[in-house]
Write a new protein. Structure first.
Length: 83
């Protein structure tokens, strides 16, 4: 969240998005949830950083956790309606 609150630095945003994608691809549901929420914050600043990880995000829709599915769906909606 801090990365998106300060002046958006390109390298910092790219690095954050890459690290967050590791959370999203984790087997731990809590880390996936954290990653989805973090990518949603990044999408509000610049959607291109999250678009690179769209396939990993879509895989979260297959998770049995309903809350994670709902957050993932919200993120995908933000990614498609960012412009």
């Amino acid at each position: 969240r801090t990365v998106t609150a300060i002046y958006p630095n390109v390298q910092l945003m790219e690095s954050a998005a890459n690290h967050i994608s590791r959370f999203v691809s984790s087997e731990n549901h809590n880390l996936k949830y954290l990653g989805i929420k973090s990518l949603a914050s990044i999408v509000q600043v610049n959607p291109k950083y999250a678009l690179e990880h769209q396939l990993v995000v879509v895989e979260c829709m297959e998770d049995p956790d309903e809350t994670l599915k709902r957050k993932t769906l919200d993120l995908l909606f933000k990614m498609t309606n960012a412009n």
